[in-house]
Design a protein around this ligand. Structure first.
Ligand SMILES: [Zn+2]
Length: 466
């Protein structure tokens, strides 16, 4: 299938903070301490000590393979999955606990559509604190189960002679890490390059032809995003990129995966690119970086059913950004849209844009999501449609995090209205995203007519024209 092939050769892009834990709505907070000890090359010992009893630790989207192969749990514990597909570390008898110690093995493969647990460098390894626990479940009055935020303090202990690098911290002990977590590096400090704006950790065997481009690309997008969205980082942007010529996902060829969280992003590049022109590889790397950095600057909206907006938004931000910076032509941008148009038609027959995660069509968030976001950009008033993605995000950023998470559709509709979109267009876009279309091509034609995107239909196919 052409579609499958596209996914495989395209950079696989993940968003670590893509599931909004802030949905917990401040019902309560569990405090505690977590100690992460690097016990030998591939092994970690993790001690959890909470200030109150919990009945579960939420470890993010289900990653069964990783949990089965790499977590060594005490006898009386296991992982379970809830109805929304998230995994929980619980006691088998569902009783409450305040402490647990586990051993975890460094996981070398890419974990698809989930926070990457580790980034493996040739002189060190980063462990991501996110997948160690995003939230907790407590039992109130012995009856009602409730989700609570974690407010944990982390301490890190490395091997002898090993340096530890915690983002935005000079210390390695008693550090507050909230939400989506940090990639904490254990290894050789010589691998770190710093500029005024960026702290860069690059694998020693990261291809020399691409090394210099990573820092300059990061700085260019940082300047652009700061200008368009305002400053969002407290300190430097931390980038961690590793390379493994032997693809960690057998048969998948060259690809880049990773994700953004808390002012940093990690990238895992794997597979040989000997047979791919270097300009194309550079482009793929820049696209990946621009997308992940886009997540750091954009406003995160809603939960899983709004991933089309978050992922499609990051795709449009990054590609319009590349056009702005002269890395992509308008023609190239059009090709990007049409590739996603072709790709998404097949999937939109099977699932609406609001439900891809439930049915295993994650890629639709990127493909159909980009088209829906681009249609919204086209429907916004103004002379320069290509800048509307920045305008839209500046406007969305005016809502509180809580509103964006709990009432995403209201925030979007009100933003669209403020930007001069009429109700018919707002409803049309909403209909496009919440419907499983019998005929996606017709649905696209209607969406494009409504929002003013120029297109042509030739035989069986529809495509956007410049
Ligand atoms: Zn993403």
């Amino acid at each position: 299938m052409k579609y499958k092939k596209i996914i495989i050769i395209t950079s696989v892009i993940f968003l670590l903070g893509c599931f909004a834990l802030s949905e917990l709505n401040g019902l309560g907070t569990v405090k505690g301490e977590v100690t992460v000890i690097h016990t030998d090359n591939d092994s970690w010992h993790i001690d959890y000590n909470f200030d109150q009893s919990v009945i579960g630790i939420m470890t993010g989207p289900e990653t069964k393979k990783y949990h089965d192969s790499s977590w060594d749990l005490p006898e009386d514990f296991h992982f379970t999955k809830d109805e929304s597909g998230y995994s929980w570390l619980e006691k088998k008898d569902k009783s409450a606990f305040k402490k647990i110690s586990v051993n975890v093995k460094t996981y070398k493969k890419i974990v698809f559509y989930a926070p990457q647990p580790f980034a493996n460098f040739n002189q060190g390894v980063s462990i991501n604190t996110g997948p160690l626990g995003f939230a907790s479940k407590i039992r109130l009055l012995g009856l009602v189960e409730m989700m609570h935020n974690f407010d944990l303090r982390y301490s890190f202990i490395g091997l002898k002679d090993e340096s530890i690098l915690v983002p935005n911290s000079d210390s390695t002990e008693d550090i507050a890490i909230k939400g989506s977590g940090y990639f904490v590096f254990f290894g050789n400090r010589d691998m770190i390059t710093e500029s005024e704006q960026v702290q860069l950790l690059l694998d020693n065997d990261f291809p020399s032809s691409l090394r210099a481009d990573v820092l300059s690309t990061a700085e260019k997008f940082m300047t652009l995003y700061n200008k368009e969205f305002g400053k969002v980082l407290n300190g430097k942007l931390m980038i961690q990129m590793t390379y493994d010529k032997n693809s960690r996902n057998a048969g998948k060829g060259f690809g880049i995966g990773g994700g953004a969280q808390n002012g940093q992003f990690a990238g895992i590049m794997s597979g040989s690119f000997d047979s791919i022109p270097i300009a194309k590889v550079t482009m793929k790397l820049r696209t990946f970086m621009a997308h992940e950095m886009g997540h750091i600057w954009q406003s995160h909206i809603g939960m899983d059913d709004m991933r089309w907006m978050n992922e499609g938004g990051a795709e449009i931000i990054s590609h319009r950004g590349m056009v702005r910076l002269g890395m992509l032509t308008e023609k190239g941008f059009n090709t990007f849209l049409n590739k996603y148009l072709v790709e998404s038609i097949e999937d939109l027959q099977k699932v609406s844009l609001e439900a891809p995660h439930k049915k295993g069509y994650e890629q639709l968030n990127y493909s159909g999501g980009s088209l829906a976001v681009w249609a919204a950009c086209a429907a916004i008033d103004g002379d320069n449609k290509s800048d509307n993605i920045f305008k839209m995000n500046r406007e969305l950023a005016k809502f509180s995090k809580d509103s964006l998470t709990r009432f995403p559709k209201d925030c979007i509709a009100s933003t669209f209205t403020k930007l001069g979109m009429n109700q018919e267009k707002i409803d049309g876009i909403d209909h496009f995203i919440n419907t499983k279309h019998k005929n996606p091509q017709d649905a696209y034609a209607k969406l494009f007519d409504l929002t003013g995107i120029p297109y042509k239909i030739k035989g069986d196919s529809i495509f956007i024209v410049e």
